[in-house]
Design a protein around this ligand. Structure first.
Ligand SMILES: Nc1ncnc2c1ncn2[C@@H]1O[C@H](COP(=O)(O)OP(=O)(O)OP(=O)(O)O)[C@@H](O)[C@H]1O
Ligand SMILES: [Mg+2]
Length: 258
């Protein structure tokens, strides 16, 4: 594992999405360049198109206009280079923790010994080696989400897409997961696009925060209002003035009228 990964550059240019020809634009005019290893958080009111952006980067949806590329290659379909982590974990309930993590590498044709090593490596990364033989329903929500993260990372993706990944967790577990994600990211160097409803979480984790606004219910396509740099360094204290100032500034933009 190395933190010097230089792949995972995401380029989103002039992207708009309309879910059908007679539907209004869900979102439009989206431009974002994410550097390898960067964590970009996306915040904004419900319906502004945050999940739509992630799905297009994943390749599950195509943009109606504009272009999305990863390391210079246009994104045309889903691929193991882009892992998706959902709020509801999305684990296979009939597979053990280890088998869930092994799933992707097995699909990719990795041999048995290499798979075992890979599973061990990523279970260690998320601190779950002890429950490798358990089934998802036997684990807490936080542990299930760790399995989901390990399962994605076991494919060695260059990009991790996270859609409100900690939204279903209690406050304490959520804080722990945020700290762990920051640590994991430093170790694997994966680029992360992270959608959250929590502005505090965005300021805690991100290098930059994309503030989206609008959406079909506003009669205006969802779009970027502003992109804010979070220059707080690695150790972030949510009670510091610098932190709360950023939180307040972003909150004002999120709640401002169109
Ligand atoms: N598969 C779909 N078919 C048709 N319309 C869709 C589809 N998915 C999303 N939309 C519409 O696109 C718009 C943006 O939806 P999206 O899910 O991206 O918003 P969001 O910002 O993620 O919202 P939330 O915060 O509630 O998750 C919404 O108006 C939604 O109804
Ligand atoms: Mg969403």
């Amino acid at each position: 594992m190395t933190a010097s990964v230089k792949t995972g550059a995401i380029s989103i240019r002039g992207v708009g999405k309309r879910y059908s020809e007679d539907a209004p634009w869900a979102m439009r005019g989206f431009d974002l360049e994410a550097a390898p290893g960067e964590l970009v958080a996306i915040v904004g009111a419900s319906g502004c198109g945050k999940s739509t952006v992630l799905r297009m980067v994943s390749g599950f949806e195509g943009p109606t206009e504009g272009e999305i590329s990863l390391d210079g290659a246009p994104i045309k379909a889903p691929g193991p280079d882009r892992g998706f982590v959902f709020q509801d974990y999305g684990l296979f309930p009939w597979l053990t923790v280890a088998e869930n993590v092994e799933f992707g590498p097995k699909q990719a044709g990795l041999g048995r010994a290499a798979r075992r090593e890979r599973v061990q490596e990523y279970l260690e990364l998320v601190g779950l080696t002890r429950v490798r033989a358990s089934y998802p329903h036997q684990l807490s929500g936080g542990m299930q989400q760790r399995v989901a993260i390990a399962r994605v990372l076991a494919n060695k993706p260059t990009v991790m897409l996270m859609d409100e990944p900690f939204g279903a967790l209690d406050a304490l577990t959520r804080e722990q997961m945020q700290a762990d994600l920051a640590d994991i990211r430093r170790r694997v160097g994966t680029t992360v696009l992270f959608v959250t409803h929590s502005i505090e979480e965005a300021v805690q984790l991100a290098d930059r925060v994309v503030i989206m606004t609008g959406g079909m219910s506003h009669g205006v396509p969802g779009h970027i209002r502003r992109i804010v740099d979070i220059e707080l360094g690695e150790e972030r204290d949510p009670t510091s003035t610098a932190f709360t100032d950023l939180e307040r500034a972003i909150s004002e933009e999120v709640h401002a009228k169109l």
